[in-house]
Design a protein around this ligand. Sequence first.
Ligand code: COA
Length: 174
Amino acid sequence: MIETERLILRPWRDTDREPFWAMACDPQVMAYLPPLTRDESDAAVNRMMAVEREHGHVFWALERKAEGDFIGFCGILPPRSPIFEYEIGWRLAHHAWGQGLAREAAQASLAWAWAHLPVPAIMAITNLANTRSWRLMERLGMERYPNEDFDHPELAEGDPLRPHILYRIQRPQP
Ligand SMILES: CC(C)(COP(=O)(O)OP(=O)(O)OC[C@H]1O[C@@H](n2cnc3c(N)ncnc32)[C@H](O)[C@@H]1OP(=O)(O)O)[C@@H](O)C(=O)NCCC(=O)NCCS
């Protein structure tokens, strides 16, 4: 469990399934993400739980300390297809945007990664149109690698969400 000023980053619980599904039903949250059915939403939670159990880290569930409510996820995933590097990622309920909460969670995730993972760098990917996501990457000090733009292989050709951009941050020098 990671604690920040306003947040707790923690393993997923069964009680997160309902508010996570509510996020999947919000077109603002899903504007640049592939749609999820209820089964796919629950399967995503199952995968988060399994990855956390196996690796000790994941896109953790985010809870506001004051309210004790689930507001989304942020954290680090181990290397997987299509970019085989450690990845930072985030998704917050719309009511939690615009307060610096994603940034607070992401900074804590990066600090955790530098302390616990023997990695030289962490990357993040998003769709070019997802300005809120890549602006956060830039606020975190991540740098875009335009030569590494790619089409996400899990999205169909012609899908406007398919073109992806990649940002990376190098481990801070001591
Ligand atoms: C991407 C996402 C996490 C960004 O969230 P966010 O709230 O915009 O990001 P931050 O936490 O950095 O907050 C920044 C905003 O909070 C404001 N803010 C308010 N109080 C703040 C504080 N104490 N500290 C920092 N920023 C603060 C900033 O001024 C900025 O405002 P702006 O949006 O008007 O420019 C969010 O939009 C999201 O969940 N999107 C849907 C899911 C998604 O697309 N995920 C990414 C897939 S690749």
